[in-house]
Design a protein around this ligand. Structure first.
Ligand SMILES: Cc1ncc(COP(=O)(O)O)c(C=O)c1O
Length: 402
């Protein structure tokens, strides 16, 4: 019967919405496919080091969560997230200087869902979003779906050049300001305290929320701690956090911290999207944190990332030819390379893959184009030996193509 029906069905004629048909799949995912070929040393993904995943501790707290919370752990649950984990994240924010309660916290399926819920709640086709240039490509993908347009603000070593922001707000009236203030993906750059204060002041003055997408703030391995935008800007800021880089991304647990009035709106949108984030993983992660496993684990990640970043930068210092610049991040997972203007990260990638090394070229991170001579390197996922070998191969490639 179904074979007979199938011969008369033409899914290619189904009227899928044009804006979905026009969506591009993430270029990074495409590059990841190439770079996962055997033998390729990959600096392309944003993957945490798998050898650090705390599997034994997770096994222990998973069994305990089942014993402790029983049927509740797999029953339908609140759209905003289970109460104890929201209490815990509210307490964490309060300790960081942003007084928060459970009513400020919405549990999301990774911080990516936070971005998507905000886009859904705010963006009508053609609306402007103000972003750093370059910025996180996954946010652009979510914003593109709602046909946002972008006003970009250049960056320097202190992050977004906030002096440019007021004029752009006046001219384009953006609905959102989106920033990755700590160890930015893709550049590794952190916004200075002065600029943070300036930015939240503007956001409050113009009644435009700052979305601080902050997955990397906990992974500072050198330099002085910086106050979060949320602690400086209070209700002017919606902060997105996640356990993806400090425990593991596969749990899909993130959270939003914002003014109660906004959180209530996002909760409705979340309900439409998925009813609620898996409460089973919420209970597991709650137990993991409650039992005190998180802080020592973050220390391990920091030590590992510091050593790997040092190996990468040392090898770059020793082998890269003159004319190439790169950032020296104090945390996070990425650093950013600027080649001489005539060189293209995109054109060099196939040659790099032939030499069995991969990176992500910079262009997709620039919302309105540009960045042809840039590329992003991840330093958390490869081993120490792979980092030295991979960077040496890249140095050879760059010398040959200067
Ligand atoms: C800036 C930024 N935001 C959000 C995400 C998505 O993280 P999550 O796994 O929490 O959805 C990433 C992941 O790399 C990221 O770099």
């Amino acid at each position: 019967m179904s074979i007979e029906i199938n011969s008369r069905v033409h899914p290619e004629k189904w009227r899928i919405a044009p804006h979905v048909l026009d969506l591009e799949t993430s270029i990074i995912r495409e590059i990841l496919k190439i770079s996962s070929q055997p033998g390729v040393i990959s600096f392309a993904g944003g993957l945490p080091a798998p050898e650090l995943f705390p599997l034994e501790d997770i096994k222990k707290v998973t069994l305990e969560a089942i014993d402790q919370y029983g049927a509740d752990s797999i029953q339908y649950s609140l759209s905003s997230g289970i109460v104890p984990i929201r209490e815990l994240f509210a307490k964490r924010a309060t300790e960081e200087g942003s007084i928060s309660t459970t009513a400020n916290i919405l549990i999301t399926s990774g911080s990516q869902q936070g971005i998507e819920l905000i886009a859904r709640a705010f963006i009508d086709p053609g609306d402007y979003i103000l972003t750093e240039n370059p910025t996180y490509v996954g946010a652009l993908q979510a914003f593109d779906y709602y046909r946002a347009r972008y006003i970009t603000v250049d960056m320097d070593d202190d992050g977004m050049i906030v002096d440019q922001v007021a004029e752009k707000i006046e001219k384009y009236q953006p609905k959102l300001i989106y920033t990755v203030s700590n160890f930015q993906n893709p550049t590794g750059v952190t916004m200075s305290e002065e600029r943070r204060r300036q930015l939240v002041d503007l956001a409050a003055g113009y009644d435009i929320p700052v979305i601080d997408d902050n997955p990397y703030g906990d992974i500072r391995f050198s330099g002085e701690p910086m106050p979060t935008l949320k602690s400086l800007g209070g209700d002017a800021v919606i902060e997105l956090r996640t356990i993806s880089k400090i425990i593991a991304p596969g749990f899909r647990i993130g959270w939003m911290n914002g003014p109660t009035r906004a959180i209530t709106q996002f909760e409705k949108v979340k309900q439409c999207a998925d009813l609620h984030t898996s409460n089973f993983t919420q209970y597991v992660i709650y137990e993991y944190i409650r039992q005190g496993f998180l802080e020592p684990h973050i220390e391990k990640i920091k030590a590992d990332s510091l050593a790997k970043r040092a190996a990468m930068i040392r090898t770059m210092d020793e082998t890269f030819p003159p004319g190439i610049k790169w950032t020296r991040p104090d945390g996070g997972l990425f650093l950013w390379v600027e080649l001489p203007a005539h060189m293209s990260g995109k054109e060099l990638l196939p040659k790099a893959v032939e030499m069995k090394v991969a990176y992500v070229y910079g262009e997709p991170f620039f919302p309105n184009g540009g960045g042809e001579n840039t590329l992003r390197l991840n330093f958390s996922n490869a081993t120490h030996e792979e980092i030295v070998e991979g960077i040496t191969r890249l140095a050879k490639l760059f010398k040959e193509n200067l």
